[in-house]
Design a protein around this ligand. Sequence first.
Ligand code: NAD
Ligand code: LMR
Length: 324
Amino acid sequence: MPGMRITVTGAAGQIGYALLFRIASGAMLGDEPVRLRLLEVPAAVGAAEGTAMELVDCAFPLLESVDVFDDAGTAFDGAQIALLVGARPRGPGMERSDLLEANGAIFAPQGAAINARAADDVRVLVVGNPANTNALIAASHAPDVPADRFSAMTRLDHNRAVAQLAARTGARVGDVSRVTIWGNHSTTQFPDLAHARISGEPVAVDSSWVEDDFIPTVARRGAAIIEARGASSAASAANAAIDHVRDWVQGTSPHDWTSAGVISDGAYGVPEGIVSSFPVTSDGTGWRIVDGLEIDAFARSRIDASVAELLEERDAVRSLGLIP
Ligand code: NAD
Ligand code: LMR
């Protein structure tokens, strides 16, 4: 069997550089051979070719091929996994939604190219910001691809939340489960500990720490990284993309769930059709929203606030003509 065909956009960017070597080493798909197809804008094709040379020089046993393209149709031809990373990052003082106009236009033609050329079983992860709404744009230009094959990355927020809870309680990261990110990958997101467990037991943390410290720390972590590094998160974002696809393809643990932006089917009162983060599991075939969780008044107001922002973003891209 030939290796999995994986298309990565923005391959010459900082996330691309942190991501590609880990995919090729087997961190994302285990022992499965991979064929990498890198998409860049013409001005960055040279840099992507340099990265491709380095990938070859690693002599990864699982890497069957690496090719560089500046044409989306060719890059997505036969793609089974598409990682849409290529987009501008925000700078200090910007919100991710400030990127809508600059980046949204990237995702309509890429959605159309995926529709026309990708494999029937393609799975698409949108990383480029604002990730939820960019995923909505891409999916709406791919009418022949089932909507549940598109997802947006909130796994970095999820991992940040797990790490913050572990640090607060002294637990090991691996003992934390059932943390949820709801809503948008933005400062309105709701990192939720109501159902979280440590070593299988419910978590007792005081609500003032949750509201005044935990939630703002997780929701504003991207900005804090930009402030500290002078550039947006890259290795942690690449790591989250690896975690997202690995759990999607290999399945989540039976005792845990993860978080991902998926197209809402109306679950938990989130309007149908927008890409919102939910608690999700996978049996290896696709994401499934965890059902039956109790939502208290505090959670309801936080989820509603983030959903309101997603609806505003949807309306903004509609008025830009990026979705019907
Ligand atoms: P970067 O500027 O280092 O790299 C982006 C790359 O994308 C550049 O090489 C650029 O040439 C390329 N690109 C631009 N338009 C393209 C197109 N149409 N097709 C193919 N490639 C294209 O940025 P980065 O730090 O790698 O971040 C990439 C995106 O990921 C940003 O939008 C950033 O905000 C986002 N991000 C999201 C998360 C998340 O959790 N969802 C986390 C971190 C970063
Ligand atoms: C992050 O969460 O680190 C990324 O989305 C980058 C950003 O703009 O915050």
